[in-house]
Design a binder for this molecule. Sequence first.
Ligand SMILES: NC(=O)c1ccc[n+]([C@@H]2O[C@H](COP(=O)([O-])OP(=O)(O)OC[C@H]3O[C@@H](n4cnc5c(N)ncnc54)[C@H](OP(=O)(O)O)[C@@H]3O)[C@@H](O)[C@H]2O)c1
Length: 394
Amino acid sequence: MSKFQLKWGILATGGIAETFARDLWPSPEIRGVKDIEHVVVAAASSSSADRAQKCLKEVRAPESAKAYGSYKELVNDPNVDIIYVATPHSHHYQNAMLCLEAGKNVLCEKAFTTNAAQTELLIKKAKEKNVFLMEAVWTRYFPLSIYVREIITSGKIGTVYRTTADLSNADPPETSFDDSHRMVNPDLAGGALLDLGIYALTWVFQTLYHTQKNPQPPSSVLSALKKYRTGADEQTSILLTFPREEGGDAHGIATTGLRTASDPDKKGSAGPAIRVQGSKGEIQVFPPAYRPTKTKLVLHDGTVEEREFPQPGPDKSKGWKNGFGGDWNPDGEGHGMFWEADECAYALRDGRKEGQYESLQESLVIMKVMDEVRKQNNLVYPEKIETTEYPVDL
Ligand SMILES: NC(=O)c1ccc[n+]([C@@H]2O[C@H](COP(=O)([O-])OP(=O)(O)OC[C@H]3O[C@@H](n4cnc5c(N)ncnc54)[C@H](OP(=O)(O)O)[C@@H]3O)[C@@H](O)[C@H]2O)c1
C-alpha cells in the first residue's frame, strides 16, 4: 500500500517552528502510524533565506528543501501542500490569511488569532478557498487526551460536574523576559491568557464541551485578571458554566499565571494540573497541561488506575532529540507535535477541511471566551494587531 505523503512548508523559524519540524523527521511507524508520511519541503524566514536554510538543516529536512527569505515566496511554492504558521499570535491573522489567499492548507499555532473576529474571517476564507484550516492545539491529538475524553463519554466517572485546569509557569517575568519578549509584549499579543491560558481552556473545553453530542457555548463567563507592568496579563482566572446534556450545568475553572507554578518542583509533587470530577469519581491529568504524560483515575468504589503515555521517538542510535526553549527531552524521545501533524495528513488524504478533535467552530467559541475575559478586564492590544483589515504590514 502506498503511503500518503504530506509536504510541509514552515512559516517562521523561531522556537516552536523548529520543535514542530524536528518532530516531522522520525518515521510515523514508530508510533504505529503506517499509512502516511511527512516531509518538510520548504521553510521561510521573514529576515533572511540564510536563516531559513539554517532551520532546515537543524530539523534534518531533505537537501532538496527550499529556503525562502520571505513568507510570500513560501505561499507561492506549488510543491507545498500545507503551511505551519509559527509566528507570534499577533501575526497569525495576517500570516494565515496570506496562506489561505494563496490557496494553501494551514495549520496555525495557538492562540489562533488575537480576537474572535479575526478567527471568523480566517474560517470564512478557508471555506471560500475550499482548503483545510486547523488551530495547532497539539495536546488535543495526544492519545492521552483521547483516553481522557473516552473516560468521560463512556460514563466511567458518572455525571460530570466540574473541570479545574491550570497552566502556570513561575518564572518571574521580570527576570525571565525582556519587556519586548513575545510572552509579555502587548504589541505581540503577549501575556498569560493567550499563551498559557489557552491550554487551561483547552482542558475545560475538551472535557465539558467537546464530549457532548450537541455542544453549547458557555452560558456564563466570569473572570479576574491582573496586569503586568507592560499592560499584558500576568495572572488570569476564568469560571465558565457549561449547559451539559446530562446533569445540568457543569463548571469549568481555567487558571493561568506567570508567578505561580502548576508543578513547583517539576516532579509532579503538587499533584494533578487538571481534575475532571463526576458523580462516580474523577480523572486527573498531571502537569504540564500542554504536554502531559500521566493520568490517574480515582473512583468512589476504590478503583485507582494510573496510566503513563510516553511520547514515542526513534531509538537513541539515531542521534535525534527534540525539546522546546532550551529544554531537551531525553535523547530519542518525541516531543508529541507529530500527533497533530498526523491529523492534518489524514484530513487532507480524506478530503476533510478541519480537525476532528477541535472543530473550527470550537476554536471560535474559545476565542470568543478570551475576548469576553479581555473585555471584562479592559485588556486591549494595539489596533494594528486587533484589526480585521488585510493586508497590514506588521
Ligand atoms: N505548541 C506549543 O507548544 C507552543 C510552544 C511555544 C510557542 N507556541 C506558539 O508559537 C508561536 C511562536 O512562538 P515561539 O516561541 O516560536 O516564538 P519565537 O521563538 O519568538 O519565534 C517567532 C518567530 O516568528 C517570526 N516573526 C515574524 N515577525 C516577528 C516579529 N515581529 N516578532 C517576533 N517574531 C517574528 C520570526 O521568525 P522569522 O523571522 O525567521 O520568520 C520568529 O523567529 C506563538 O503563537 C506561540 O503561542 C506554541
